[in-house]
Design a protein around this ligand. Structure first.
Ligand SMILES: Nc1ncnc2c1ncn2[C@@H]1O[C@H](COP(=O)(O)OP(=O)(O)OP(=O)(O)O)[C@@H](O)[C@H]1O
Length: 772
């Protein structure tokens, strides 16, 4: 038996021993949980037997209350332990299958003995609870595994810096308690292991990468100090993966203060949510809060306006270039994304302190209770040193008080008496109940009739006036549409404004009038609203993650940070995938100095893991600075380009390719199209021949099989094999990034189908693809 084989045997024995220990612990816990479970059941079933219920005397009531409280506490304590044990059992089940993936032998300076540290997805201790048999990958000592090759190394605990030497570094692939592969490695994380992981088929759910986290990714994951961490990484470099493991890390490191509900992830589209949904549970953690920015916008203005979403804006930019307003719209998007526009709003708000706020009349039964002029007069009569939101609050309180007075007057009016006669039975019954509760009701006396009328009148007026009270409480008496509209007075053209300001204003005012809101207006509008109304910032969120950050404008970023002022922020993105900013050439938050914030840390990732070397070598030539992208050395076929002038023939070629890919065993296949319309057309043509699925902006689940999808919706997601439908339609320079993003979704196979030579092929060396 060779040395290697002996080692393998020893390790396999350890795995056996560890799993038997895990099994023992599992059984012990299971017994315990059974006991707790039956105790809880017993408490529940005898709940009322064990409490003394007596309401006769005030003392008895107090006693009853205490007795019930004790019983409830007993029960919830049992239930809490039950949940904890259930979680432990789940962790043990995971460990039983694959107890660990790494080992380092570390000799600490000043201490003679060397320690073997085994690293897995969770910690596991011996039965005396004295020694760690497995260390959690997030434990301080585990960082050695990710940061160093054998040799001198150090790690930090919360108390000290520990230095020493790594004498051995070993990686394992263990499945069902069997070592499937074992590598000793001289580098940080060996390539063999990565080869093993990356060669697999893409899944509809993202996987955790804890066994193979790379050193630069580890820096992102364990970063604790930066208030603003910016990760700029090329397509497939593991930005989203790093973000997910970072969340798991933070939940572990700060487990007493940060819970999953204190972390928020802004994701690019609804399907992405389901794509990443299993990573944290796989690591034994609960999912963070997750939303798209669009969902947030919709929750705030979706009722009042027909809100354009980012996808519709993109569709417009890609397919409506003949539209008369197109150039103006382009300029409008660019300007409204900028911090310059934010500055303009800030100075406008400053002006509003003294004049210019617009209000709405408050009416009831077609009569004006307060005119907009009265509201403005009251508002501007308040001390100008009081902030606008505070003055709005004062105005609101004044209005509510006065409305109550007006409601009392209203009760005496003729219409009330008339309407009472037409009240339905249930409303009468309500009034009757109210009277009874007040114990003022003696049968059939004249006095009662009077009282009944009064109660009915009050009830009726309260009911009818409720919308008015609500309008005031929700501050709807502020004419926000008008106030925002005032920003777009064409005559106000100043040097800070773009040349086409007049036209931009016209377009904006026209849409506002129709209660439609362009995507580019929604953030500035909400920003202005918050400046006027004041908004309680969200203090619960401590960490905000923005994935695909290149799709956010500097203005949006400023707005988001204002929403979460007590939060650290991690931005992850790739300028080369700025598909939304592409056609308008507007600024993205990732551009140098776009933020105007100095206190930030930037980490760059230039190695890419998703695609084969051949795909990376091809796609990187689409970019000016593509040579900086480092492929991971995993081999595959050259990208294939198929050109058919006849579109029907092209579609047939795609169908044939899809069938081949399916036979080859690819599980997730995508036909990526330029627009939604194109996706629909391709879907209709392919559907009779293939089992395919059309992905639209509302699609929430990512499923196996063939997906037909517009490029901008494929962001952040990956597929085993990708066919680009019609690569020759990406013509404008502004669409290069969209094209690049589409191509970089492929892990193993990339095929481009086109009706003529794709313009972007020009800059690519011929040996990097195969032409059909
Ligand atoms: N350290 C790693 N070990 C194993 N796989 C990794 C590692 N880093 C990244 N990957 C894999 O590479 C692929 C791309 O990762 P991910 O989606 O996180 O990249 P990204 O930078 O967010 O990509 P994009 O910007 O193109 O959306 C995934 O399949 C991921 O599992």
């Amino acid at each position: 038996m060779s040395e290697n084989e002996k080692e393998l045997q020893k390790e396999q024995e350890r795995v056996k021993w560890i799993t038997s220990q895990i099994k023992k612990k599992f059984q012990k816990l299971q017994k315990h949980t059974g006991k707790i479970g039956s105790e809880a059941l017993h408490i529940r079933s005898t709940f009322w037997e064990d409490v003394t219920v007596n309401f006769d005397e005030p003392d008895d009531i107090g006693e009853t209350y205490t007795s019930i409280k004790q019983q409830v506490e007993l029960l919830s304590e049992r239930e809490r332990s039950q949940t904890q044990i259930d979680n432990q059992l789940k962790t043990l089940t995971r460990l039983q299958n694959s107890p660990y993936f790494g080992r380092i032998d570390f000799k600490e300076e000043g201490i003679g003995a060397q320690e073997s540290i085994y690293i897995g997805v969770a910690s596991f201790m011996d039965d005396k609870e004295e020694e760690f048999l497995i260390y959690d990958w997030r434990a301080p000592i585990s960082s050695l595994y990710y940061d160093y090759a054998p040799g001198p190394a150090q790690y930090e605990t919360s108390l000290e810096k520990v230095t020493g030497v790594i004498e051995l570094k070993r990686q394992f692939v263990i499945r069902e308690a069997e070592i499937k592969a074992m590598f000793d490695t001289g580098v940080t994380i060996g390539d063999e292991m990565l080869q093993e992981v990356l060669g697999n088929n893409a899944d509809t759910q993202m996987k955790s990468i804890v066994a193979t986290i790379q050193k630069e990714q580890n820096q992102i994951i364990r970063n604790e100090d930066s208030r603003l961490l910016i990760v700029k990484g090329v397509a497939g470099s593991g930005k989203t993966s790093a973000a997910m493991q970072r969340i798991a890390y933070l939940l572990y490191r700060y487990r007493t203060i940060i819970k999953s509900e204190n972390i928020m992830l802004f994701s690019p589209n609804p399907m992405f949510n389901s794509y990443v949904a299993t990573v944290l549970p796989e690591l034994g953690e609960e999912n963070m809060q997750q939303a798209t920015f669009q969902e947030y916008l919709l929750s705030r203005i979706g009722r009042e306006y027909e809100l354009e979403d980012i996808f519709s804006q993109m569709e417009y930019l890609l397919s409506q270039s003949e539209d008369h307003d197109y150039p103006v719209r382009l300029e409008a998007i660019r300007f409204k994304s900028s911090l310059q526009f934010k500055g303009l709003i800030d100075s406008y708000v400053n002006e509003l302190k003294d004049k210019g706020l617009l209000f709405r009349d408050i009416t009831f039964r077609k009569q004006v209770l307060f005119t907009k002029e009265q509201l403005a007069e009251y508002f501007y009569s308040l001390d100008r040193n009081v902030s606008i939101p505070n003055r709005i609050q004062l105005l609101k309180e004044y209005l509510l008080k006065d409305l109550k007075r007006k409601a009392r007057q209203e009760q005496k009016k003729e219409w009330v008496e008339e309407e009472i006669q037409f009240l339905d039975k249930s409303e009468f019954l309500d009034a009757y109940k109210q009277l009874q509760e007040k114990k003022k009701f003696d049968e059939d006396t004249f006095d009662d009739y009077e009282r009944e009328q009064k109660v009915l009148a009050r009830m009726l007026v309260t009911k009818r006036m409720k919308p008015v009270f609500n309008m005031v409480k929700k501050l709807k008496f502020i004419n926000l549409k008008g106030i925002y509209g005032q920003l777009f007075r064409p005559q106000d053209h100043q040097s800070e404004h773009p040349e086409t300001w007049g036209k931009i204003s016209e377009l904006t005012l026209k849409s506002l009038k129709q209660s439609r809101m362009y995507y580019e207006d929604s953030t500035p509008y909400l920003y202005l609203q918050d400046k006027i109304e004041g908004r309680k910032s969200n203090t619960g969120i401590r960490h905000v993650f923005i994935d695909e950050a290149q799709d956010y404008t500097p203005f949006q970023f400023a707005f988001i940070t204002q929403l979460f002022p007590y939060s650290k922020v991690t931005l992850l993105g790739d300028l080369n995938q700025a598909v939304y900013a592409g056609p308008t050439d507007s600024e993205t938050v990732l551009a140098e100095d776009a933020l105007g914030i100095d206190e930030k840390e930037v980490i760059t990732l230039s190695r890419t893991y998703r695609s084969t070397r051949q795909i990376v070598e091809f796609t990187r030539e689409l970019l000016e600075d593509g040579d900086k992208i480092e492929p991971f050395n995993r081999n595959g076929n050259l990208p294939v380009i198929t050109i058919h002038q006849n579109h029907d023939k092209l579609l047939m070629a795609i169908i044939k390719r899809m069938q081949e890919w399916k036979t080859e065993g690819h599980k997730t296949i995508a036909v990526i199209c330029r627009t939604e319309q194109e996706s629909k057309t391709v879907f209709e043509a392919l559907a009779p021949h293939l089992d395919a699925r059309l992905i639209e902006k509302g699609t929430i689940a990512y499923e196996r099989g063939i997906s037909i999808i517009p490029a901008y919706l494929a962001k952040g997601i990956e597929f085993d094999a990708v066919a680009i439908h019609d690569a020759s339609t990406y013509k404008e320079e502004g669409e290069r990034k969209l094209f690049y993003t589409a191509c970089t979704r492929a892990m193993h196979e990339l095929d481009l189908f086109a009706t003529e030579t794709p313009p972007f092929l020009n800059g690519i060396r011929k040996e990097l693809y195969q032409l059909n």
